[in-house]
Design a protein around this ligand. Structure first.
Ligand SMILES: NC(=O)c1ccc[n+]([C@@H]2O[C@H](COP(=O)([O-])OP(=O)(O)OC[C@H]3O[C@@H](n4cnc5c(N)ncnc54)[C@H](OP(=O)(O)O)[C@@H]3O)[C@@H](O)[C@H]2O)c1
Length: 310
């Protein structure tokens, strides 16, 4: 496993990050918690030291399960822990909240669920148009001063929105959607992060599993992917056909199709780590070799041309 510095921070992270959204039954259905815990254990064996979660994944369920794992194994200090806030689920109804009081309250709740004293990377899940950046900063700076949070990150933000926060606090990391089918951030956000030395951790690097190429054309999905047009009919079949064409390139590098998709994202020099959504040990153990190198410039472009959603 390769490790790298996350932006300007002092965090040394594995180039693969363990994603915890899969512990959201509303989206992913019920998953086996014993398998998931075994996957966390397996992640250490393959050198993954970086975990991404959010308070809202399963309305606290993902953080609580992670906290139980840390407590049972006594291993919190062996991981770089990233979580997020933004979606208030306190009242049962979901809405964005990044107000001063909410951030302080929610951070305490996350620390309690995660059974830890400190969050390494505390990320704003998305842009909140209702709270002024200086108000967000006042809460974040207080958390930093109290030693509850080490660094701050953002997710799903454009350059202007990052700049608006940068005027008030240090933005250490961006978490954008990025994979072979979703390349919008290449135009502005990734170059901006590179020039500002902001770390980048990509989400949906496997496009929710689609880029693993493992599904048959008649596969149906019992989870929320079933409602996603990319996972249906001709569009789904077209993407699978295009993935099939990538096999000679994968073979050249000794990679599987999912490893190739992750290596493709990691080949972009703006990208620090690729987050992969994990349900079971094989997900994390078989993806780890993706981080052992990069693709040639020619192959990176050839893949981008082959695999698209047009
Ligand atoms: N900031 C945000 O707004 C945001 C949004 C989305 C996700 N995220 C973060 O990013 C993480 C990953 O993104 P994602 O959840 O969209 O999913 P993803 O990583 O693109 O895909 C996850 C799915 O890929 C399949 N998979 C995983 N490892 C595999 C392997 N080694 N071989 C073959 N298939 C494999 C599994 O599908 P099956 O279930 O079909 O086996 C898994 O459920 C999340 O867990 C979360 O931490 C953040």
């Amino acid at each position: 496993m390769q490790y790298t510095q996350l932006g300007k921070t002092d965090l040394n992270v594995s180039r693969i990050c363990f994603g915890c959204w899969q512990l959201s039954p509303r989206f992913w259905g019920e998953i086996d918690l014993r398998e998931w815990t075994a996957a966390l254990r397996a992640s250490e064996e393959v050198g993954v030291n970086f975990i991404d979660t959010a308070d809202a994944y399963g309305d606290g369920f993902a953080e609580t399960s992670l906290g139980d794992f840390f407590a049972a194994e006594g291993c919190r200090d062996r991981f770089v822990l990233a979580t997020k806030f933004y979606w208030s689920f306190e009242t049962g109804k979901r809405y964005p909240d990044t107000s001063y009081d909410y951030i302080l309250r929610e951070c305490e709740a996350s620390l309690k669920r995660l059974k830890t004293d400190v969050i390494d990377l505390y990320q704003i899940h998305a842009w909140d148009p209702l709270t002024r950046p200086d108000e967000v900063a006042a809460a974040l700076n207080r958390l930093k001063k109290e030693g509850k949070v080490r660094w701050f990150g953002v997710s799903n933000l454009n350059v202007e929105q990052m700049r608006a926060y940068q005027r008030h606090f240090d933005v250490a990391c961006l978490q954008p959607l990025y994979n072979m089918l979703d390349r919008k951030v290449e135009a502005e956000e990734l170059p901006f992060c590179q020039s500002e030395r902001i770390g980048v951790i990509t989400y949906s690097t496997l496009c929710r599993g689609l880029l693993s190429g493992k599904y048959s054309k008649d596969q149906t999905f019992n989870d929320a992917r079933g409602n996603n047009p990319r996972f249906q009919g001709e569009r789904f079949a077209r993407i699978l056909d295009r993935l099939e064409q990538t096999k000679p390139i994968a073979e050249k590098y000794g990679l599987t199709t999912p490893q190739l998709a992750v290596r493709w994202a990691l080949t972009n020099p703006a990208v620090t780590s690729a987050i992969v959504g994990v349900k079971k040990p094989e997900h994390i153990t078989t993806i780890a070799p993706a981080a052992d190198g990069v693709l040639s410039i020619a192959d990176w472009h050839a893949l981008a041309e082959m695999v698209h959603d047009g």
